[in-house]
Design a protein around this ligand. Structure first.
Ligand code: ATP
Ligand code: MG
Length: 567
């Protein structure tokens, strides 16, 4: 491709709306432009990268035995109501009516549509197992579309769905997808880690997310420093050993604590530490009041609580409603003497001794509160957010926490959708059985951003060769001989099947160098008059900065050899 003809609107300045490097570089390197928040047009270079990734993913899926289809973007409301997710997915779905007043949504994911498809077609155990996938545009009205294609409202996803006779079959299909994902990401030139994940509104049991570790990531992952335990903090557990606190229980005492509501205030006021306080949170779980207890130095993991209570929504109780729901006072609520309220406590609360807790009375706290003696809890569960330094749940090692970008997610759905939508088959004995399902997604467009987060420097993008829009860029510097040789090399490389750019623009050398770095082409070949006097052309590897002279007489082979070696 000739740069003089390429639609490549680059930017010199960092666009103000872009907070993270990948977003900045995708705009600056002319990969995409935004139509409105979270909605993008992919320009020639960007779309080439997307197609490269799609092709790598497609190949891994095809090799795994999955078959490609293409499902609609428009989904009927009836189908989503049948599965019970019309409300559950909530405002994330863009819903609309047609001219006859029938309701629809734009597909945020396709479990419903695919289950509807196969429930009419799969009859017998002989039709299973089956895995169907598509690469298609998804629409989700994200609350906070941001970071460019990292969290778009319209984005490209590869989604696959497996259908098996039983859970043993699902385990196999899941492992096949796990392996296919591992391979696809490696083939893209990315370092990706699989971590245990929460299943969220998809439902189901086992689930893994594939994470690109990067500062800009919106997910937090807990890793064990000794074993291979890794989990999204949304579900990560810490090793828990009930500690025998031998401290003698002291008599309960009520003290005046005027205006001291937050844990920080109360610890300062009473000269104690957060670990010696009981944090009491008054919440509404799908509208029902529940008091949640944590050690003062722990944070609530809302996902763990939601999963445990099996509710969709947790909302804090408004200050003025504390009397109504808890017969208590905001800022001074506590478990001692509280009646008729469901109390759920984190495991670490059980062993706390002589703690501080709210006294359910304006401006008062209790000292020397002891669980078991001063209040009873029926439900002790793991509710806390893990922290760096916590013990690993699997071994004696300790956990560290890193940011990651979720580029893929696989779920063992089980029979959630096949049951609600009635997808069954007849087994060998002619008995009707429910189909067991899995679902598997890769964020194709998010992967572009993740790749840039992992592969860039201060001058621009450094594409892994496998997903680079072009592999080689030729810079002719000067007219005459240099130009002629550059054109010749360009034609020969193209004939050899290499994707090659030639910067034939009438620009200064500096501009050409900068643009080549910015758009991240793995191998740059400069053909200038001074080097030609020495009988060489100059190669530079974008990733390492290494410069290599290639003798003019073996230019084509020299470039091809070098390209082989680049990652
Ligand atoms: P997130 O937690 O980041 O919102 P999710 O868990 O809702 O994502 P899934 O339903 O698991 O997403 O979708 C499969 C994959 O699609 C994700 O792993 C991610 O790579 C990609 N993806 C999801 N939402 C978006 C989005 N808004 N923009 C770009 N890619 C997305
Ligand atoms: Mg996910």
């Amino acid at each position: 491709m000739r740069m003089s003809r390429l639609y490549l609107p680059t930017l010199k300045e960092i666009p103000a709306e872009a907070e993270i490097v990948s977003h900045q570089l995708m705009l600056r390197a002319g990969l995409m432009r935004s139509l409105t928040a979270g909605v993008y047009t992919y320009l020639p270079l960007g779309y080439r990268v997307i197609r490269k990734i799609e092709e790598i993913v497609r190949q891994a899926m095809d090799e795994s035995g999955a078959q490609e289809i293409l499902m609609p973007v428009i989904h009927t409301a009836e189908l989503w109501k049948e599965s019970g997710r019309w409300d559950r997915f909530g405002p994330l779905m863009i819903k609309f009516e047609d001219r006859k007043g029938r309701e629809y949504c734009l597909g945020p994911t396709h479990e419903e549509v695919i289950t509807d498809l196969i429930r009419d077609e799969i009859r017998s155990y002989k039709d299973l197992p089956l895995n169907l996938y598509q690469i298609q545009t998804k629409v989700r009205d994200e609350i906070r579309p941001r970071f460019g294609v990292m969290r778009g409202r319209e984005f490209i996803m590869k989604d696959a769905y497996s259908f098996d006779r039983d859970f043993a079959g699902l385990d196999k299909s899941y492992q096949i997808m796990y392996d296919a994902y591992t391979k696809a990401f490696a083939n893209c030139g990315l370092e990706v880690r699989a971590v245990e994940a929460d299943t969220g509104p998809m439902g189901g049991k086992d689930s893994h997310e594939f994470m690109v570790l990067a500062e800009a990531g919106e997910d937090e992952i807990a890793f064990c420093q000794q074993c291979d335990y890794a989990a999204n903090v949304e579900r990560a557990e810490a090793g828990f050993k009930a500690q025998e606190d031998n401290e003698e229980m002291k008599p309960l005492e009520k003290v005046k604590t005027p205006g001291q509501k937050a844990i920080d205030d109360i610890t300062a006021f009473l000269n104690t530490e957060a670990g010696k306080t009981i944090k009491s949170l008054g919440l509404l779980a799908d509208g029902e009041p529940v008091l949640v207890l944590l050690r003062g130095d722990d944070q609530l993991n809302e996902i763990k609580l939601k999963n445990y209570l099996d509710v969709l929504e947790l909302t804090p109780v408004a200050d003025e409603d504390f009397t109504e729901y808890f017969n208590s006072v905001a800022g001074f609520i506590g478990p001692v003497g509280l009646k008729g309220v469901r109390v759920v406590a984190d495991l670490r609360v059980k062993s706390i001794r002589n703690a501080v807790a709210g006294a359910n009375e304006e401006d008062y706290h209790y000292l020397n509160v002891n669980p078991g003696r001063d209040f009873q809890v029926e439900e002790y569960v793991d509710l806390r957010m893990v922290r760096a330094g916590d013990r690993c749940p699997r071994c004696e090692g300790s956990l560290e926490i890193k940011s990651g970008i979720e580029v893929g997610h696989i779920f063992k759905l089980g029979t959630k959708y096949s049951e609600s939508l009635g997808a069954t088959y007849l087994d060998e004995n002619g008995k009707e059985q429910v189909i067991v399902m899995g679902s598997y997604g890769i964020g194709i467009t998010r992967l572009v951003a993740a790749a840039i987060e992992q592969h860039h420097d201060e001058n621009g993008i450094i594409w892994p060769k496998a997903i680079a829009p072009y592999q080689v860029i030729i810079l002719p510097l000067g007219k005459g001989k240099a130009e002629e040789l550059a054109e010749g090399l360009y034609e020969k490389l193209k004939a050899a099947g290499i994707e090659v750019l030639i910067d034939d623009r009438d620009e200064r050398a500096g501009v050409k160098f900068n643009d080549a770095d910015l758009i991240g082409i793995p191998l740059r070949i400069t053909i200038g008059s001074r080097a030609l006097e020495r009988g060489v052309i100059e190669a530079k590897i974008r990733r390492t900065g290494e410069q290599i002279d290639i003798p003019l007489v073996e230019a084509v082979d020299g470039v091809l050899d070098l390209l082989e070696k680049i990652e």
